[in-house]
Design a protein around this ligand. Structure first.
Ligand code: WT7
Length: 636
């Protein structure tokens, strides 16, 4: 069991038991007014609960079996049902006469804005769908998408789904190497990207990175390029085409492909314990059901909200709660392409006031960064439109929770601390607005989800004791497999604890049954809420000719949650200079992208290892932080 480094368990138990109750106003309006009763009813028969939830969507053909467990752990949901995720996010609203409603409000760092009604979005998506069909993309094909947070990313994703192609979105902060690996694994046929993006006033030359990646990808036949920030780019006339030219003469109507509930909708790569990222596969039917039900209940949506999730579409949070969730719920989603403190540290609060944002869903790292700028900035803004707040990506420390509650929500807005994963597709452990909250706890599992904290043998541990967080039932938006690697799917998630989904997180439950997430048990780091594998970072180090071996750990950071410290063994006769440290930092950044923040490098002679040769990162970490070493019986 990994040690609890980021927060002290006993301290949490002693000080954070205060409950924050919802106001009368919140309770009166809540979609789920009776929290405990709803949990109880749902959990009596979770399959029935999810079947009922599926009725919120439009199906072309009803399912004949809700949950098929025959070939476990390859579970199937809504078997025999026909639907399409994009249909439920778009066409449905047009058919219901809501075409004039705003679907997307977009703003970039420079202050440029664009708005799309559902009708306008629908037409753009259809044009794109037709254009994709026109170049031969068909059901089951993979389309790689490498784009900033701009409306065209939503248009491209939805267009893929309409024709039954799978998208594979790669976060635009990833490097050429990371993009190349993901394109190759998915065997994507085309890439959709942009000329560039703004960040802190600087131009990020996305197309150049994309070119470098595609050079080595034989499967890519065409590169479609959005003109986003007019950056000067190289154009390969035979291969590249501007997005606006690509869709120019297309019809605004298209034939929607009716999908089986279990047909894959997309693949999204995420880091695991080995250096190769896992392609997490989600499907049309169950994913839609889980995402729609959670967004409606957790964020209390009635259908006329302005919803702002500050994630990037390149992560699952963006897939589920910037694009598909808000659109399925028929609300307006805000997309902001830029950093939160430009031109002043109240940019975020300004956006909330400018667009009357009702639900604001963000990450602890952003909250902590804002805390550092001081109260002056949120105090300038009343943010009266806010009703519900949300947090996701990593544990939120009680201090940040209280700051968010007091100074952003002005004590009116409950905070939904949502624990979930790329693999779960939807919020899993989270309060609902009617639940009593505790600062720093993700509260209880969502209705229809049975979670627990257990030891290595799958035995429940008593309240207040740390253990492995597992999910004991199945849920509709669960990962179906790892793309082209079903063995790894089975091994990673379903072989650790018998008959349960293994989350890879450690947690404890308090005596009220509230969950407190502690962090990862495996070799996955969380930097500013972004997931990155130690093995990925280490292999980047080792790719340098002077490096023999490297071991990396996450060390606590006041804003990013974790940053990387690396222990590096150099080749004999190579001097460990400051210049070499700089070169190595640059190399890692180039290999993995700017999310892999290396705080420190230490040159060492040896690394602590197990008899079988595995680096004991736990020992490195304990030493670094001055903590007890724990069980070192396997150390050589
Ligand atoms: C890991 C999943 C889907 C959310 C975005 C990240 C950590 C996520 C919380 C939270 C404590 C959290 C876990 C989890 N995590 N949300 N509210 N409290 N930890 O998705 O990249 O797949 O990462 O993020 O460690 O396993 P992801």
């Amino acid at each position: 069991m990994s040690k609890n480094i980021t927060r002290d368990l006993t301290e949490v138990l002693q000080t954070e038991q205060k409950k924050y109750y919802p106001s009368k106003k919140i309770l009166k309006n809540a979609n789920v007014p009776d929290y405990e009763k709803t949990l109880k009813t749902a959990n009596k028969d979770t399959v029935k609960f999810w079947e009922k939830a599926a009725e919120d969507l439009i199906w072309f053909k009803k399912w004949n079996k809700v949950l098929d467990k025959k070939n476990k752990p390859f579970y199937k949901w809504f078997v025999g049902g026909k639907c399409n995720l994009a249909y439920n996010a778009l066409d449905r609203h047009i058919e219901e006469g809501k075409g004039n409603k705003l679907a997307i409000i977009w703003e970039d760092e420079t202050g440029k804005t664009k708005k799309y009604t559902y009708q306008a979005l629908y037409e753009e998506v259809n044009k794109m769908a037709n254009a994709l069909r026109g170049i031969g993309i068909k059901k089951g094909d993979r389309v790689a998408i490498y784009m900033p947070n701009i409306p065209e990313i939503a248009i491209s994703m939805l267009a893929c789904l309409k024709i039954g192609a799978m998208h594979s979105v790669v976060y635009a902060g990833f490097s050429a190497g990371a993009l190349e690996g993901r394109i190759k694994d998915a065997r994507a046929k085309i890439l959709i990207t942009a000329d560039g993006s703004f960040r802190r006033g600087k131009i990020i030359d996305l197309k150049k990175i994309a070119d470098e990646a595609v050079k080595k990808c034989k499967t890519i036949k065409k590169v479609i390029v959005v003109k986003n920030n007019q950056a000067k780019i190289k154009f390969n006339k035979r291969r590249d085409i501007w997005f606006h030219d690509f869709i120019k003469d297309q019809s605004i109507e298209t034939k929607l492909t009716k999908m089986d509930a279990e047909d894959p909708a997309f693949v999204l790569y995420t880091s695991g314990t080995t250096s190769k990222p896992k392609g997490v596969v989600h499907v049309h039917g169950g994913y839609s059901v889980g995402v729609l039900r959670t967004i409606k209940w957790v964020f209390d949506l009635k259908g006329d909200e302005i919803f702002w999730c500050t994630a990037d579409p390149g992560w699952i949070t963006g897939h589920s709660y910037i694009i598909y969730g808000p659109l399925m719920a028929g609300v307006t989603t805000v997309m902001y392409e830029g950093v939160p403190d430009i031109p002043t540290p109240d940019r975020v609060w300004k956006i909330i006031e400018k667009y009357n944002v009702n639900v604001f869903y963000t990450a602890p790292t952003l909250i902590r960064a804002m805390m550092r700028y001081g109260l002056k900035w949120p105090k300038k803004h009343k943010m009266k439109s806010l009703r519900i707040l949300g947090s996701v990506g990593e544990p939120i420390n009680p201090e940040a929770w209280k700051w968010f509650y007091n100074h952003v929500g002005k004590r009116r807005c409950p905070i939904m601390d949502t624990w979930w994963q790329t693999e779960t597709g939807m919020n899993m452990i989270t309060p609902l607005p009617s639940a009593p909250l505790k600062a720093g706890s993700a509260c209880k599992p969502f209705p229809g989800i049975i979670a627990d904290v257990v030891d290595k043998n799958g035995k429940k541990v008593p309240a207040g004791k740390g253990g492995y967080l597992i999910i004991k039932n199945q849920w509709p938006s669960m990962i179906r497999t790892i793309y082209r690697n079903p063995k790894r799917y089975k091994k990673t998630y379903w072989s650790q604890v018998k008959n349960a989904y293994f989350t890879g997180d450690v947690a404890f439950k308090d005596s009220d049954g509230y969950f407190w997430i502690q962090g990862r048990t495996d070799d996955v780091l969380k930097i500013a809420g972004h997931r990155i594998g130690t093995a990925e970072v280490e292999s980047a180090f080792v790719s340098h000719k002077s490096v023999v071996e490297a071991g990396v750990i996450g060390i606590p950071d006041n804003i990013k949650g974790e940053v990387i410290k690396a222990f590096v063994i150099l080749k004999k006769n190579v001097k460990g200079t400051e210049a070499l440290k700089k070169t190595l930092k640059k190399l890692v950044r180039k290999t993995l992208g700017p999310i892999a923040v290396i705080a420190d490098i230490e040159f060492v002679e040896k690394l602590p290892k197990t008899r079988s040769g595995k680096i004991m990162r736990r020992v490195l970490k304990a030493k670094e932080l001055g903590l007890p070493l724990g069980d070192t019986s396997s150390l050589v």
